[in-house]
Design a protein around this ligand. Sequence first.
Ligand code: NDP
Ligand code: 2IT
Length: 449
Amino acid sequence: MNKYFNKVIKEIKNKNPKEPEFLQAVNEVYTTVAPVLETHPEYEKLAILERMAEPERMIMFRVPWVNDRGKIIVNRGYRIQFSSLIGPYKGGLRFHPSVNLSIIKFLGFEQIFKNALTGLPIGGAKGGSDFDPKGKSDMEIMRFCQSFMTELYRHIGQDVDVPAGDIGVGAREIGYLFGQYRRIKDAYEGGVLTGKDVTYGGSLTRKEATGYGLMYFMREMLNANKQTIKGKTVVISGSGNVAIYACEKAQSMGAKVVAMSDSNGCIYDKNGIDLECIKTIKEVNRGRIKEYLNTHPKAEYMLSTPHNKPIWSIKADIALPCATQNDITLDDAKRLVANGVIAIGEGANMPCTFEATEYFLKSKVLVAPAKAANAGGVATSAIEMSQNSMRYYYTFNEVDKKLETIMVNIFKNCDSAAKEYGCKGNYVSGANIAAFKKLAEAMKMQGIA
Ligand code: NDP
Ligand code: 2IT
C-alpha cells in the first residue's frame, strides 16, 4: 500500500478519534484511490488527501423550540461545509435522533465525491439535527424548522450553500425552512434550498429523482454485465422517499418487489408489493409499514432489531438498501449471497459496511455504489437550482430525461475509471477514482486553498 496513504490515514484517525462513520467513509475512498496516488506523486506534496478530509467549515448550533405542551426543548444543529472546490456547498439536512458530528461529517465527505460525479457545479456539504420528527405534530415540526433556520440562514445562500432533504426532511420541512428564510431575508431567493414544493419553485421529478436515478444506474450496470432488470425479484430496505421511488421505477422496469421495511420491521408480499398502499401509509398518513397488513392480510410482517434485519434473509436477485448507513453487515451479505443475489444498489449513503462490500465484490456480486447510484437526487437538485436561476420550469419528462442522461454518464465514468485502473466491474473503486481524479485536479489548479 502507498506510504503517503498510510501516513494520512493515521493522521486522520488521530485527529478524529471518536468519529467511526467519518473514518469509515474516508478509509473506503482513500483505499480505493491508492492506485491514482502511484501515478501522481505530486499529490503528496500538494497535501491533496489531507485537504480533502478536512472540512472547510463546521458549524454547530443550539436549536431551542417549544413543544405543544409548552416545554422548552434544546436540540443541536449542524452544517458541515465540506468543500466549495467545484461549486457552492450542496447537500441535504438529516433530522434523526442518531445524528452526531461523525455522521454529518461522513455524509458531507461522501457528498463531495457524489456531487463531482454528477458533472454539475456543486460542492459538498451536509447538515441536520438530533431532532426526532417521529410523533411530532405539524406545528412542532414548524417551530423546530423555524428555530433551525433562524441560525442557519446566515450561513447559506443560493451561491454559497444550498441545503435539501435527507432522512426526516422532505417537502414539508423544506417548506417551513424556506418560509422562515424568506421572512428573515425579506427576499425571494428560490435557489437557497432544493426539494421545494412545485407551487413555489421546486422542480418536477425531484421527489422521484433519487429512486429513479438508482434504477437507471442499476439498469446500465446490469446491461453492461449481460443482465436485465425485467423478471428479477427485488427487496428494498426503508420505505421513505428513496425506497418508494426506487420501488416505483423497479416495478415499471418489470421487476417484482417483494419486501420493504422501516426501522421496526419488514413486510414480505410474495405477490409483489402494492406500492399505492405503501404511499398512502407513508406519504399521506406518516404511518408504519406494519399497517400494510391491514389491507393485505396474506403478507407477512417480521420484526427487526439493530442486529437482525430479516429483510436480508429473503431470497432476491437484487437488494436495494435505501434506509440508512451500515444496514448490510458481513453476516447479511453472506445470507444474501447464499440466496443467490446478483446485484446490490445502494440507494442510501454507505448502507454496506466495508466488510460487506468486500464480500460482495469477492463473490462477484455487482455493487452500484452509493456515491454514484444515488446521485440522481442531488443532480436533480442542481437542475432545480438552474431552473430557479432562469426563473423557468422544465416539464416532468424534461427533467426525467436529463436525470437519465446524467445517470448513464455517471455509470460510463465509473466503468471506464475501473477499467483504466485494472479493476473492471468494480464500480465502487471506479466511482471513487473518477470523482477523486476530478477533485484532485481542480485542487491542483486552484493553489493552496
Ligand atoms: P426518509 O426519511 O424518507 O426515509 C428513511 C427510511 O429509512 C424510513 O423508512 C426509515 O424508517 C428508515 N430508516 C432511517 N433510519 C433508520 C435506522 N437508523 N434504522 C433503520 N431504518 C431506518 O429518508 P430518505 O428516503 O430520503 O433517505 C434514505 C437514505 O437515502 C438515507 O441514507 C439518505 O442519506 C439517502 N439519500 C437520500 C436522498 C434524497 O434525495 N432524499 C439522496 C441520496 C441519498 P423509520 O421511519 O422507521 O425511521
Ligand atoms: O445524500 C444526498 O445526496 C441527499 N440527501 C440529497 C442532497 C441534495 O442536495 O439534493
